[in-house]
Write a protein that binds this ligand. Structure first.
Ligand SMILES: [Mn+2]
Length: 283
């Protein structure tokens, strides 16, 4: 039997880009959808993102580092004196004001790693390493031994995301490794590519013989519409999201920039009040 699987990842709250990708995948005749993590934050998308994946009939959803960060905030395992933690906490506050409880519960129950059998091929699915959603181990130019960690269980193919770079390479033993890139937040270090803001994903086609095709797709979408959605949703750290959409640069670890915005909008006070409510609800 022939399977055409759309590998989707790193939406980061950008529902406009996700919609464009799903529309493109329908034209491409995709038969299944696997989501490789980092659906929410820092963009404005909330329930709509989950509903789109459900509507498409996604059969896989693994936990990314941003889902882990969201859960850390709910457990109050953050340091609010640190601008990065305050940033993520305010974004998680925004999500909690919008997300249906069923989707928060979904996030709590996401697996870190899955193995799926498609025809005679065994495929490993994770956001980053099978044992760890975060870190820089699988940056495209890193050592081969890091990539061999993806195929330790003797799988035929490993798919991962997290680096926001489309990639196809092999393990030392010739197993196939695929990264579909990022839907909502692509970025490039190389200047000539920097203006290419299109949403990225991949289509993995498997037939009775084996891997028949791997196609890396890039899909245009209306970034102005996405910004308008962010404005209308009163997205926290709106300025940063606007810059991010234009350049791909992220501000998660930009202490100075975050520190300049936190008092300006009173995000620190919002988060303190949010944490008090979390405490009384015993979540
Ligand atoms: Mn990630």
């Amino acid at each position: 039997m022939k399977h055409k699987i759309a590998l989707l990842a790193d939406v980061h709250g950008n529902a406009t880009a996700l919609k464009a990708v799903i529309d493109d995948s329908i034209v491409e005749g995709v038969t299944d959808y696997w989501f490789l993590g980092d659906l929410i934050m820092p963009g404005p998308g909330t329930n709509d993102l989950f509903e789109m994946l459900e509507g498409a009939g996604a059969s896989v959803y693994v936990r990314g580092n941003w889902e882990d960060s969201f859960l850390d905030v709910l457990k109050k395992e953050v340091d609010l004196h640190h601008p990065t933690d305050l940033y993520v906490s305010k974004l998680a506050h925004y999500q909690c004001e919008n997300l249906k409880p069923v989707y928060i519960e979904r996030i709590r129950n996401l697996p870190l790693h899955l193995t799926k059998q498609v025809n005679h091929l065994s495929i490993s699915i994770s956001h980053h390493l099978p044992t760890k959603s975060h870190g820089g181990d699988l940056w495209p130019t890193n050592d081969q031994k890091n990539f061999d960690e993806l195929v330790k269980e003797g799988v035929d193919v490993a798919v991962y995301a997290h680096t926001h770079h489309q990639l196809l390479r092999y393990s030392s033993e010739d197993q196939l490794i695929i990264n579909p890139g990022s839907i909502g937040q692509p970025f490039y270090k190389w200047d000539s590519f920097g203006k290419d803001r299109r949403a990225q994903y991949a289509i993995l086609e498997i037939d009775d013989t084996g891997v028949a095709d791997v196609r890396f797709r890039k899909v245009s979408y209306d970034a102005r519409q996405e910004l308008e959605n962010a404005r209308q949703s009163n997205l926290p750290f709106m300025e940063l999201y606007e810059e991010m959409l234009e350049t791909g640069k992220t501000y998660t670890h930009d202490r100075e920039r975050l520190q300049s915005l936190i008092p300006k909008y009173g995000y620190d006070k919002d988060v303190s009040a949010f944490f008090e409510r979390l405490g009384t609800r015993g979540e």
